[in-house]
Ligand binder design. Structure first.
Ligand SMILES: Cc1ncc(COP(=O)(O)O)c(C=O)c1O
Length: 396
């Protein structure tokens, strides 16, 4: 089905049905996991046509695989994109795409608050190939505009950011990037296609760590880019050789998770909002970072570009890191882990999770207090979550 055919169909229906509309092997109602490495062709001419892309089919699973293809199609439809291609992890998606789009002498503009792994690609790897990287203060839109104007081949955005939930104004930044003929790429991992659709705002590519909310069950890794067909084709050609392919078993788990994407995200948005409001009024909490709060500096922009404010929030404790040491072990219904986007609540301090590579001083410069706790709010009953946080906060 084309994007036009999907027309007015809602995201919850797309999450269930997109990519699953044709008959599968032996009439299976569910997408089969195709573990075959290669695909046998008895007719030599037909084989040639498939190998040269003149006929639909598969040759070798590093290139294409039927299970993986359904995952790509579901994501393509959810993001309203022309094309999509997938990867073994979110970082494989990000690094393969940046290395495809950028050549020596070119320039990428981004912000300082991107996910830690992405920052390392910007700071350590792209410069080795003679690519100029300019990372701006995330809150300073004028500084980002100024850097874009100096010349920009790729504008890389991430919003909300990790872990302080800063919001970038997508509409204005995408327009500025387009004015310089930049390819605009947005990491939509925290928002998901349920809460935010950067392609509708003019972005060229959207990237996801599918490991997070897309899969939603913390049992499969994956990455995906969705967007302009000409760009996705180039990235696919690089990935085919680079080999960062998504495995069929992981694709199956991600597909299974995607069926409930809308239900999960609606619930996680709702739970995060209620938890943020509770934390705002707690005497042991210093600050809460959640764009759904009217007092949040990113609220107005978030309201204009997001349909929900995400299941992610950050909050800092009054006092010092010893209070984090006391608080975290007391939480009963949460994993203490370097992960997010699962159905279970997950908590962790950036100093041991997203920003472990940075010094205390570097974290302070990014506006990350040492007592910050990143929280990925799950689908548990909100009364239980709040009671749990209340009893743990009472221990410090
Ligand atoms: C916003 C964001 N983008 C990308 C990634 C990288 O994803 P992966 O761990 O699947 O490589 C992460 C991981 O936490 C992330 O939070």
């Amino acid at each position: 089905m084309t994007n036009q055919d999907w027309g007015k169909i809602k995201q919850s229906t797309k999450a269930v049905w997109a990519g699953e509309t044709r008959p599968f092997f032996e009439g299976c109602a569910q997408v089969p996991i195709v573990n075959s490495v290669s695909y046998s062709h008895d007719d030599v001419d037909e084989w040639f046509e498939v190998a040269t892309g003149k006929r639909e089919g598969h040759i070798y699973s590093r290139n294409t695989n039927p299970t993986v293809q359904v995952f790509e199609e579901k994501m393509r439809v959810l993001e309203g994109a022309e094309a999509a291609t997938s990867f073994a992890t979110g970082m494989a998606a990000i690094s393969n795409t940046l290395f495809t789009l950028l050549s020596p002498g070119q320039r990428v503009v981004s912000v300082k608050d991107t996910y830690g792994g992405t920052s390392i690609v910007f700071l350590e790897h792209l410069p080795r190939f003679g690519i100029e990287v300019s990372l701006c203060e995330t809150h300073d839109i004028e500084a980002i505009f100024a850097e874009i104007k100096k010349g920009c081949d790729v504008l890389y955005l991430e919003t909300p950011t990790n872990p302080t939930m800063k919001i970038l104004d997508l509409k204005r930044l995408i327009a500025a990037g387009k004015a310089q003929n930049a390819v605009v790429m947005v990491d939509n991992t925290f928002a998901t296609p349920i809460n935010q659709n950067p392609l509708e705002l003019g972005a060229d590519l959207v990237v996801h760590s599918a490991t997070k909310f897309i899969g939603g069950h913390s049992d499969a890794m994956g990455g995906v880019i969705c967007g302009r067909e000409d760009l996705v084709k180039q990235v696919y050609a690089f990935r085919e050789i680079n080999g960062g392919t998504l495995d069929a078993n992981s694709a199956y788990l991600l597909l299974r998770g995607l069926k409930t994407l809308k239900l999960r995200i609606d619930k996680q948005n709702e739970n995060a909002m209620a938890l943020a409001e509770f934390l705002m009024n707690h005497k042991n909490v210093d600050d809460v970072f959640y764009p759904g709060l009217e007092s949040d500096p990113g609220h107005e922009v978030a309201k204009s570009q997001m349909k929900g404010y995400s299941g992610m929030l950050g909050f800092s404790l009054k006092g010092g890191f010893d209070d984090v040491r006391k608080f975290l072990p007391e939480i009963r219904f949460a994993h203490r882990a370097a992960h997010l986007g699962g159905v279970e609540t997950i908590v962790g301090p950036p100093r041991t999770t997203s920003h472990v590579e940075l010094s205390e001083d570097q974290r302070r410069k990014l506006g990350i207090p040492e007592t910050l706790i990143r929280c990925s709010v799950g689908i548990e009953d909100i009364e239980d979550i709040i009671d749990d946080f209340a009893q743990a906060l009472a221990k410090i």
